[in-house]
Design a protein around this ligand. Structure first.
Ligand SMILES: C[S@@+](CC[C@H](N)C(=O)[O-])C[C@H]1O[C@@H](n2cnc3c(N)ncnc32)[C@H](O)[C@@H]1O
Length: 297
């Protein structure tokens, strides 16, 4: 197994600094993850906790100087948490449960144990089962990956993965569209954490911002809009409810991949999105499960 030496720290940032602050931080750390600051829930102003992960121990004075300069530009004061190594035991706990390697179109989804088995012609995605949905085994995930491969002729710069689970679709998107920045959110904080870690493990931590969001109800999701591509593998009813938020946050000509529902529910999901001005481009079938590809144009 590859030896991984990771270090972490964090600081709080006001919502007003987002998302430009994240762009400025990209170069500084191996991964940047964003979480709503729980200790601050009762205050009116939303604050975000920015977690920075490094693949080496950074020099504290240089790190602080670099961050001071960046936060100064965004008009707030830096209060940096202590720099700490991430215990190897914690890291391994995330990678403990084995995923059965799966060849899914161009993708090879695997766990740590099969890291060396990625075929030369495949895009490897390393995820671990157990903590968050998205090992690649479910037909809805597979239908989304199929649909995404069908879109590789298009260019996407801003991608949202809503209901990211393990981050599998966000990581796939970061590989398929190397120029894209990806926002990956889940209403489960564990999934957001796992996604940040999986993004890092897959070498795309700098382009995926992982965080917690209940549907579209977070600054993180709203401030990075409009999106060229939205991926949402959730369930029929939440997708239908969220259709009214989705449409106004799509760029003109933007594309949506929806899954998490069976054939019987497809007309309801499609109807709710057609009512918002979207039209069907394609549908993918995997057993009883469906994915819909929609666009604004
Ligand atoms: C079916 S899993 C999909 C995981 C992964 N995207 C995949 O395709 O394998 C659905 C995910 O959506 C999250 N989720 C459900 N409702 C949500 C909501 N209202 N807002 C954000 N995430 C939600 C769940 O916690 C879960 O991780």
């Amino acid at each position: 197994m590859r030896s991984i030496s990771l270090w972490k720290t964090n600081f709080l940032a006001p919502a007003s600094a987002m998302p430009a602050l994240l762009d400025d931080l990209d170069e500084l750390a191996l991964s940047v993850a964003v979480f709503e600051d729980e200790a601050n829930e009762l205050e009116e102003t939303v604050r975000w906790r920015i977690d920075l992960t490094f693949d080496h121990e950074p020099a504290l004075d240089k790190l602080e100087a670099g961050l001071q300069e960046i936060v100064g530009r965004h008009g707030f004061t830096l209060r940096l948490a202590a720099l700490e190594p991430i215990p190897e035991a914690d890291w391994l706990a995330v990678t403990a449960a084995a995923v059965k390697p799966l060849r899914l179109g161009r993708f090879f989804v695997h766990g740590a144990a099969a890291r060396s088995e990625v075929p030369a012609d495949a895009i490897g995605i390393e995820v671990e089962a157990g903590l968050a949905f998205g090992s690649g085994e479910h037909q809805t995930t597979q239908a989304c990956l199929d649909a995404m491969e069908g879109l590789t002729g298009r260019r996407f710069a801003r991608v949202l993965d809503l209901g990211t689970g393990s981050g599998i679709l966000a990581i796939a998107a970061a590989h398929l569209w190397p120029e894209a920045v990806v926002t990956a959110v889940d209403n489960d904080p564990v999934a957001a954490r796992v996604t940040a870690e999986n993004a890092l493990l897959n070498g795309v931590g700098g382009r995926i911002t992982a965080g917690v969001s209940e549907g579209w109800r977070s600054d993180l999701v709203r401030l990075a809009a409009p999106y060229d591509l939205v991926l949402a593998n959730i369930l029929a009813d939440p997708l239908i409810v969220m259709a009214t938020d989705l449409a106004p946050n799509l760029a003109s000509g933007g594309v949506v991949v929806l899954s998490g529902f069976i054939g019987r529910d497809l007309p309801r999901v499609l109807g709710a999105h057609e009512a918002q001005g979207l039209r069907e481009l394609e549908r993918v079938e995997r057993d009883a499960w469906r994915a819909l590809v929609l666009t604004t144009a």
